[in-house]
Design a protein around this ligand. Structure first.
Ligand code: ASP
Ligand code: MG
Length: 406
């Protein structure tokens, strides 16, 4: 098989850990597989490099920042190659550029433009183990660019796509994707598989497994990947395009987001253009809002509610005040902090009815009050009091029998 593995900063965070990675890679090579390994900088290194840049300038030129940041990964690839060579494995370290990773867009947050396996493929075929620098590539003008924080995941998926790998393993400090956060829901189980879309939806509502951009890229290029532990050899979770039997499971997972706040603007004229006028100052201040609910009160005036992170609440109030004053003398801003969001995600929702009712019933029986509700094709989210969020997650997890998913 042709296997691409990616090790994050923690997995290569010390010399011992690098030796441990080398041993793992050696076993794969010994089994006769073709192996390419994408690595991050040793943990803490990228932050340290950013600190160094900030010593030199308040606003380092991003082109130079990229030249500097790319060195973090160059350290770890060289060290891992040395560790492998010491074990007698024919390893070669290669930069993003040598691996044919062509980037485009702005420095420090470049996108992948194209991939070329002209150098890498023949090396693998000769039996070499490739150690590829994550997070970096080179643009059409020949400048080094980095892919944004956490970008080594993206490099790994891209390398897997270019090599047409059989599988891309993302080795990390979590050992897979769970039906819920096991620290909150002790009955949570590791999933055998999950679809790209489900993982993306879970990521959008608080489940941080890997960069969403990488999952989107994998989906676009049909790269099957596996999230698994770098500390043991247990199978992880396969992330793959959905297939029909996946729909038999209604809910794949439960996710929570804490520290949410609600803003409601009451008593606004029910006229075209009002929603836009209210949301515009938030957009201008780069305040991300999430759930939006609008309705008409019995007096015929409209009310708009939306949620955001608690940290943005003060700024949102300040941004909204002038608009609300201008709209009418009766319009008011109400706020509520101390809420959290609970979401359930599953592609099975498309073909099963009554999913929302089942979720709301479970919460109702537990005496947990639901605030706002929003849905997408494969997700239902509600807000509940923050103090109840963990209980809410457990109750809903149980209601959908996620503790017995195989
Ligand atoms: N070293 C880079 C970072 O810390 C890229 C990565 O780790 O994926 O963001
Ligand atoms: Mg990292």
């Amino acid at each position: 098989m042709l296997i691409v593995q990616k090790y994050g900063g923690t997995s290569v965070g010390s010399f011992d850990r690098i030796r441990n990675v080398a041993n793992r890679v050696k076993s794969l090579h010994d089994e006769g597989h073709q192996v390419a390994v994408v690595v991050s900088a040793m943990s803490g290194v990228t932050d340290k490099l950013i600190g160094m840049a900030n010593e030199m300038s308040d606003a380092p030129v991003e082109r130079e920042l990229d030249v500097l940041l790319a060195t973090g990964e160059q350290q770890s690839i060289a060290l891992l190659a040395m560790a492998l060579q010491k074990l007698g494995v024919p390893a070669v370290s290669i930069t993003g550029q040598q691996a044919g990773l062509r980037t485009t867009g702005s420095h420090t947050r470049a996108r992948i433009d194209s991939l070329d396996a002209a150098v890498t493929k023949p090396m693998l075929e000769e039996g070499k183990v490739l150690i590829v620098a994550g997070f970096q590539g080179v643009n059409a003008e020949g400048h080094i660019q980095t892919l944004g924080r956490g970008g080594s995941d993206l490099s790994a998926i891209a390398v897997a796509a270019s090599l047409e790998a059989d599988v891309c393993q993302i080795l990390t400090d979590v050992d897979g994707v769970y039906t819920a956060d096991p620290r909150i829901v002790p009955d949570a189980r590791k999933l055998k598989e999950i679809s790209y879309d489900e993982l993306l939806e879970l990521a959008s509502v608080g489940t941080k497994v890997m960069q969403s951009r990488s999952v989107e890229f994998a989906k676009k290029f049909g790269v099957k990947f596996e999230v698994r532990s770098s500390l043991n050899t247990n199978p992880g979770t396969i992330v793959i395009e959905e297939h029909p039997s996946m729909e038999s499971v209604v809910i794949r997972g439960v996710s929570i987001e804490r520290s949410q706040a609600r803003v409601t603007i009451t008593s606004i004229p029910d006229q075209p253009g009002m929603s836009a006028r209210i949301l515009k100052p938030l957009a201008e201040n780069e305040i991300n809002i999430d759930m939006i609910v609008s309705n008409i009160a019995s007096d015929g005036r409209a009310r708009h509610s939306f949620t955001m992170h608690t940290n943005d609440l003060g700024r949102a109030q300040a941004a909204l005040k002038p608009v609300v004053d201008e709209l009418s003398d009766t319009a008011k801003i109400e706020t509520e902090a101390g809420i959290a969001k609970l979401s359930v995600v599953g592609i099975g929702m498309r073909s099963h009815s009554g999913v929302a009712a089942q979720m709301f019933e479970a919460l109702g029986e537990a005496g947990i009050n639901i605030g706002m509700i929003s849905t997408s094709e494969i997700k239902i989210s509600v807000t509940v009091p923050e103090l109840k969020i963990e209980e809410a997650a457990r109750v809903v997890h149980k209601a959908f029998k996620l503790d017995s998913v195989s």
